[in-house]
Design a protein around this ligand. Structure first.
Ligand code: GLA
Length: 388
């Protein structure tokens, strides 16, 4: 439970609005264990939610006004009226909220305004889905304030629509769906075509280590959109709806007819889908040698075929891989071009790996890494008011 954040949002709420919030909610960020860029190819992903979240204090209003205060942006304020004509704001943070509310309204749901205070501790710009956490917690807020008939899947889909159509980032469904539906102590194998989820327990003597390379992510949106386009071109070449529908044998038979870059992109997606299914099985049976091999292959595929890693990330992965050998898995996680590395490893190996990072990463990259030992958490939830 993020007690500190809960106190901050509820105190800010009563100071700013002059009364106590009626609702407290939170939605987590996520880390993806394997299955990168497969979500928008109708494929498979294996993320879990983490113990970093966006937290909201809120109350309903009887008019159409939405007032929002963002603690993390110096208590900056935003105000807008509910309706189909909500326009983007020049405060970037506010657009995640405006977009979600606009798209809830476009679904024909009936609700009025709200007073909202939001804060969060998901590191921003690190590839840990701070924006999905914000979008999902806002969807949950309106659902709870007005008892809206929305499933957690619909909250995720609405959040994705807001991000695609209002914020303008063409992301897949993974981040929003795991933030909305995650299960404590489990990763979720998500079929991004059917949106069917299968919980896979994380053995309790294993840890999830997230290491932020602190390499500033650059060109993320343009490179992301280029990758999407290349995947769509490859799917069209194979005459299928999405690369999910191409298997490796068909790919091998016909890849020479594709231009070499598109072929590499397609190869990453096709092989990554299989690795993700295999990794879910390996996790389920606590088979670390297989899991670590799949994670190593996933990283190499992102580096060589999908070309979304950067030198600093490769350096970090190599340091950790050398230290762990067969005992733990490590790969870049998230959209790429900087951001974080994820490792799954036995609890008794954590200190050794952290020491190796401390001793070698700065020397090799001129950057300092930040290390988070994470737990797999539950998805978005309404918190009891008594936790205050
Ligand atoms: C970003 C997107 C996701 C997914 C990942 C890559 O996080 O928001 O939809 O495509 O990149 O796996």
């Amino acid at each position: 439970m993020n007690n500190e954040l809960i106190n901050i949002v509820s105190n800010t709420f009563s100071n700013a609005f002059g009364y106590q919030a009626s609702h407290l909610l939170q939605a987590p960020g996520r880390v993806n264990l394997i299955g990168e860029h497969t979500d928008y190819n109708d494929g498979f992903v294996l993320p879990c939610a983490i113990n970093f979240a966006a937290v909201v204090a809120a109350s309903p209003r009887d008019d159409n006004l939405v007032r929002v205060i963002s603690v993390d942006y110096n208590n900056a304020e935003d105000e807008f009226l509910i309706g189909a004509n909500i326009e983007p704001s020049n405060q970037t943070w506010a657009n995640y909220i405006r977009g979600v509310v606009k798209h809830l309204h476009l679904r024909g749901l009936e609700f009025s305004g709200a007073d909202i205070v939001v804060s969060g501790n998901v590191p921003q710009g690190a590839g840990l889905s701070s924006s999905a956490a914000l979008e999902v917690v806002i969807g949950m807020t309106f659902k709870s304030l007005y008892d809206l008939p929305l499933t957690s899947q619909e909250i995720a889909l609405n959040a994705q629509q807001a991000e695609n159509q209002f914020v303008g980032c063409n992301c897949g469904i993974m981040d929003q769906l795991i933030s909305a539906q995650a299960e404590k102590d489990h990763a979720l194998l998500i079929d991004c075509r059917s949106l069917h989820t299968t919980p896979v327990i994380i053995p309790n003597n294993w840890r999830i280590l997230i290491v932020n390379s602190n390499k500033q992510r650059g060109l993320v949106d343009s490179e992301y959109n280029t990758r999407r386009l290349q995947c769509e071109q490859a799917a069209e070449f194979f005459g299928v709806k999405a690369l999910r529908d191409v298997d490796i044998h068909e790919f091998n038979l016909r890849q020479a007819e594709l231009n070499p870059v598109t072929a590499k992109r397609a190869k990453h997606i096709i092989t990554e889908n299989q690795r993700t299914l295999d990794a879910a099985e390996a996790l389920k049976s606590s088979n670390m040698p297989v899991l670590q091999k799949l994670m190593a292959e996933s990283h190499a595929s992102m580096r060589d075929d999908f070309e979304i890693t950067v030198t600093e990330i490769d350096v970090l992965v190599d340091i950790m891989k050398t230290e762990m050998g067969e005992l733990g898995g490590v790969r870049m996680t998230g959209g790429g071009f900087g951001g974080c590395v994820v490792s799954i490893l036995p609890a008794n190996l954590v200190d050794r790996v952290v020491n190796a990072i401390d001793a070698q990463y700065t020397q090799q990259s001129q950057l300092t890494a930040s290390v988070f030992i994470c737990t797999a958490e539950q998805g978005a939830q309404v918190l009891s008011l008594s936790v205050r």
